[in-house]
Ligand binder design. Structure first.
Ligand code: FAD
Length: 505
């Protein structure tokens, strides 16, 4: 009979550490002891403020009340991302968290739109996306799951202050019985007989043992790399950015319910409006721009007073070769980093720990479970990598970074996807993708890729019928947008933080 796991140590108390603790506390029997070790002297990276909609399911799963979470983390709602200057200078488009309408007689709405477009219709695909139209109007209201409601077709995510989120989760986890130690891990002790991790030595000389370990120590990967030497696959040929300046500035109106991503000559800038401030960063490639120039570009493109000195963060895009090795998984930055575009890293934390719960082992860490876990994690990383590469690939900008990205070799699977979309607007989605069809279509379409033709099924329906159907949807969207509240007003009424109320007064 396999021996059950009785104690788990989580090394690291950033977003990854505390999200892992929250998921384990919710998903495992109370008899499993969970200890989190973090070092306040080392601190957390403190960036990572935008999420994707799956975060809502995570919060629900671990039992977090949405309004409490929003107030405590100065959060705002996110309906998607506005991309500025990505396709070319002057290009502007939106990746909204929702679709462009329901299937009609088996036809996808973007295929109907493509037929209308071919017939000279002046509407743009974004006219049919409710989250996009809400975002452009700076409005927010939660969707209505009723299948008859026009407000069923979208979802949302959050922006939040990463340091406050870790603190909020800590309170939540400690109330659920998670133990915490503030100490520096100075040594990872391996068992002689099988190379499993036996214990961690801390800077006060004490030793903590456990049956299973989760490495959430950030880029350093103290357990998974430092001790277990899991190895790292470098993706910088596909994803050449390797640094970012981050700086907060004073909040400005209106409070945008979306992330803005602005392309610059050797990278891109994020802008995230929170209740108490705006988070900004410039992600760049040191192959194409030096750090000082990257910082100056960021500081020249802020819309509020700077609140702190900019912080430089270096990284290497890629992933850990083994996400699970022996009796240790890694989560968060310890497992790899694709880059901040499309805010997928926090989602990887969520899936790393949820998949552990799905494939939860005995103390022996059965190789079949380990193999399956590593397979699923790698698939997810590769699907997300390809989605991110797509943004760079489709550009028509002139600067060297952008020319490199337009011409670089890309993964075969992505090349096939792009080819199929270019031919007739089919967006291929694989099993472990984090993004559904409308997300891929938003990027293709937003960056000016118009498919040569469309699904031939669209020719079987009279044009006037399709036109009436789509225009009716567009009109309903406009009516819905007109009657919904501003994002700021919604927050003020439902989940304002004390800082937000002070600023509003
Ligand atoms: C520029 C940038 C922008 C990003 N933007 C986004 C975004 O918008 N959305 C998104 O989803 N993700 C984003 N991310 C990723 C996101 O920041 C991380 O996924 C998230 O913060 C998790 O970090 P972490 O917990 O893995 O690491 P960290 O926050 O670095 O935490 C590491 C922890 O390990 C502890 N530790 C380390 N060594 C020791 C030791 N020896 N002893 C004890 N404790 C130790 C530290 O004290 C700390 O508690 C971004 C990342 C970067 C670099």
């Amino acid at each position: 009979m396999a021996e059950p796991i009785r104690k788990i140590i989580i090394a690291g108390g950033g977003t990854a550490g505390w999200m892992s603790a929250a998921a384990l506390a919710a998903g495992l029997p109370k008899s499993v002891e969970i200890l989190l070790i973090e070092s306040e002297d080392i601190g957390i990276i403190g960036v990572g403020e935008a999420t994707i909609p799956s975060m809502r399911a995570f919060n629900e799963h671990v039992g977090i009340n949405e309004a409490d979470f929003i107030r405590a983390t100065e959060a705002t709602f996110k309906l998607g991302i506005e991309f500025v200057d990505w396709g070319w200078t002057g290009n502007r488009y939106f990746h909204g968290f929702g679709d462009f309408g329901a299937l009609f007689e088996g036809l996808a709405p973007h295929q109907i739109w493509r037929r209308l477009h071919a017939e000279g219709d002046a509407s743009v695909l974004e006219d049919y996306s409710l989250p996009t139209q809400l975002a452009y109007a700076n409005k927010f209201f939660p969707p209505n799951p009723d299948p008859r409601s026009p407000m069923r077709d979208y979802t949302y995510a959050y922006h939040f202050d990463a340091s406050l989120y870790a603190r909020f989760l800590r309170t939540h986890c400690e109330a659920k019985g998670v133990k915490r130690r503030n100490a520096k891990i100075t040594r990872v002790n391996l068992r002689g007989e099988d190379g499993f991790i036996d214990s961690l030595t801390l800077d006060d000389g004490s030793v903590e043992t456990a049956d299973f370990f989760i490495d959430c120590t950030g880029f350093r990967g103290l357990l998974i790399e430092g001790a277990l030497k899991a190895g790292y696959t470098d993706w910088s040929d596909y994803l050449p950015v390797d640094g970012a300046w981050a700086v907060p500035c004073a909040r400005t109106e209106p409070l945008t319910p979306y992330t803005r991503s602005i392309a610059h000559e050797a990278g891109w800038q994020w802008r995230i409006a929170l209740q108490h401030r705006t988070g900004n960063g410039h992600v760049f490639s040191s192959r194409f721009m030096d750090a000082e120039r990257a910082r100056d570009i960021l500081l020249d493109n802020l819309d509020g007073e700077v609140l702190k000195d900019p912080m430089l963060i270096r990284f290497q895009t890629g992933h850990r070769n083994r996400f699970w090795d022996k009796n240790c998984i890694c989560a968060g930055l310890a497992s790899g980093f694709i880059e901040p575009l499309e805010s997928t890293s926090i989602n990887f934390i969520q899936i790393a720990v949820i998949r552990l719960l799905e494939l939860f082992p005995s103390r022996a860490c059965e190789p079949a479970l380990v193999r399956e876990y590593n397979f699923r994690m790698l698939e997810s990383f590769q699907q997300v990598r390809d989605f991110i590469i797509l943004h760079y690939r489709l550009n028509r900008r002139e600067e060297p970074l952008w020319r490199y990205c337009a011409d670089m070799p890309i993964p075969d699977d992505l090349a096939r996807k792009i080819e199929l979309y270019a031919l007739r607007g089919e967006a291929v989605i694989r099993q472990y993708d984090h993004f559904a069809e409308p997300s891929w279509i938003s990027i293709y379409n937003g960056q000016g890729m118009l498919p040569e033709t469309y699904d031939p099924l669209a020719d079987r329906v009279p044009l006037e019928r399709l036109r009436a159907l789509m225009h009716e949807r567009r009109d309903i969207i406009q009516k819905v947008v007109a009657r919904l509240p501003d994002h700021s007003d919604f927050i003020a009424q439902h989940c304002a933080s004390p800082n937000f109320l002070k600023a509003s007064a």
